[in-house]
Design a protein. Structure first.
Length: 123
């Protein structure tokens, strides 16, 4: 049975997350603080979840439309969560906006530590 806006509005949880199914994979995930529209899926043997938006900023009909779009992407073999993230990200790669070089523990592991005399004895 399809959800209504009234059911979503009245939905509450006692601390444990609650899933209210709408049909065709769409459900409302209810926590103590938020209500969000989500779809679970499998692609290439991996499980994934795409979050369409939060209630009440997104209406139920908008969430159903986004769910249809996600299903079309899945039918085409495209991961909808990855597609959504790439669509929302800026056109410049993250490495171009980085202000300092990435941390690497590899060079630190190869660097010998300075030892204080008398602290460690060699046998």
């Amino acid at each position: 049975m399809a959800l209504t806006a009234l059911e979503i509005n009245r939905a509450a949880t006692d601390g444990k997350p609650l899933k209210l199914p709408d049909g065709s994979g769409l459900y409302v995930y209810v926590t103590t603080k938020t209500k969000s529209y989500r779809t679970d899926y499998r692609i290439g043997g991996r499980r994934g979840t795409v979050v369409h938006g939060q209630y009440p900023a997104m209406t139920l009909s908008q969430a159903r439309e986004r769910n249809r779009e996600a299903k079309q992407l899945l039918a085409g073999g495209i991961d909808p969560a990855t597609h959504k993230n790439s669509k929302n990200s800026p056109s410049t790669p993250p490495s171009a906006t980085r202000s300092r070089p990435p941390r690497s523990t590899g060079s630190m592991a190869r660097t010998p530590c300075a030892r204080k005399p008398g602290r460690m004895s060699s046998k």
